[in-house]
Design a protein around this ligand. Sequence first.
Ligand code: G6P
Ligand code: MG
Length: 220
Amino acid sequence: MIDCCIFDLDGVVVDTARYHYLAWAALARELGFEFTPVQGEATKGVSRMASLEIVLRAGGLEGRFSAAERERLAAEKNARYLRFVSQMTPAEVLPGVAAFLHDVRSRGVRTVLGSASKNAGTILDRCGLRPLFDAVVDGNEVSRAKPDPEVFLKGAAAVDAAPSVCVVFEDAAAGIEAASRAGMRSVGVGGGASLSAATMRLETFAGFTFEQLAMKIDRD
Ligand code: G6P
Ligand code: MG
């Protein structure tokens, strides 16, 4: 049985990963080094401050800044990132996602957003998606990052669903592991090679229906 679908945001609902990357790369350039797209992969699904550590390490600058300076650098990156976010429109919702959310809800199944981002609410509003979620749990409410299951357990609790009836949609290996540690099934979204632990894989939401999900994941 599936009673609740929990969605990661970045890379599942919208493609904000490239905005995160551009903002980190601009910060790195200011600090005097290049932060490559390949290095940027490691920041996916990782909290803002942990991502900053990854960037600083890439430039050989780990341990060089005080806590207050790191806060300032993270704030600078976030301001840049929010400039991209402020230009977002519903056209940036990934193909098939809105239709799938409508389909899920029409079955009486709850929809929850579970994201590490503190900007999740702003992004949902920009893209007109807020009304399609019964609950939103984001980086403002969670203190332990994926692969810790906290974000998904809080999401399930917000709609009073047991983990065993939840399915998590994730594009990052840490998120798939978090789902498994929460006792939830998972769908690995996109082509990422590191999602083999997911219960099932899904290239794109385009044309995907709740019935197909239930057939694949709920055969038992
Ligand atoms: C998501 C993204 C990460 C980002 C994190 C925090 O997990 O995949 O790349 O660092 O959210 O986002 P925030 O908007 O709070 O800086
Ligand atoms: Mg993601």
